[in-house]
Unconditional design. Structure first.
Length: 182
């Protein structure tokens, strides 16, 4: 089933989504790779320079150029999500994110955390960074650019019909990455 969803997304919608569903997102997303995850997990939520609540977390190291009108996204393909497996459960608990966008899947810790925190993991096609960039309407902010560099900084994007995203791990413990037993 296909869903066109507006962020933030409520608990009842997350519970309705199942592995294999196709999702298109509109609203605010933020990027976070390894270094941003570490920084945010160590941070006091009250001192974070932005509020991730209600946004989708995108495992992405975008390529962005500065223009006289602001930031222009050149490419924003997903990065390998499994790199965040060691700490994604803590991240979900701390920030209450209910949608993670990435590629390649995640492991058992994240699967359990998705169930516990009523969240989903959606997969975007690797190698389609230029197509993803077309769905980014605006870059509204960037954090820790000087400290972490372009791919590791946190970028806040407004997206419109971002997808297609496949629900690869749902809030019910199902995963496309696990072999079904007959």
């Amino acid at each position: 089933m296909d869903y066109h969803l507006q962020l933030p997304i409520g608990e009842e919608v997350i519970k309705k989504l199942r592995v294999g569903d196709i999702v298109y997102l509109s609203g605010k997303t933020f990027t976070a790779r390894d270094e941003a995850h570490h920084k945010m997990i160590k941070a006091d939520k009250s001192t974070l320079p932005f509020n991730p609540a209600g946004m989708a977390l995108y495992h992405c190291g975008p390529l962005i150029k500065k223009t006289n009108r602001g930031w222009e996204v050149v490419s924003a393909g997903p990065t390998t999500s499994n790199r965040m497996e060691l700490f994604e459960d803590k991240f979900l608990e701390k920030y209450g994110i209910n949608i993670i966008i990435g590629k390649g899947g995640m492991g058992e810790r994240t699967k359990k955390a998705l169930q516990q925190h009523n969240a989903i993991y959606v997969a975007y096609t690797g190698g389609a960074g230029a197509l993803a960039a077309e769905k980014i309407v605006a870059v509204t902010a960037v954090y820790w650019l000087e400290e972490l560099g372009m791919p590791e900084a946190v970028w806040i994007f407004n997206v419109k019909d971002f997808g297609p995203l496949v629900v690869a791990m749902d809030a019910h413990g199902e995963s496309l990455y696990e072999k079904k037993k007959p």
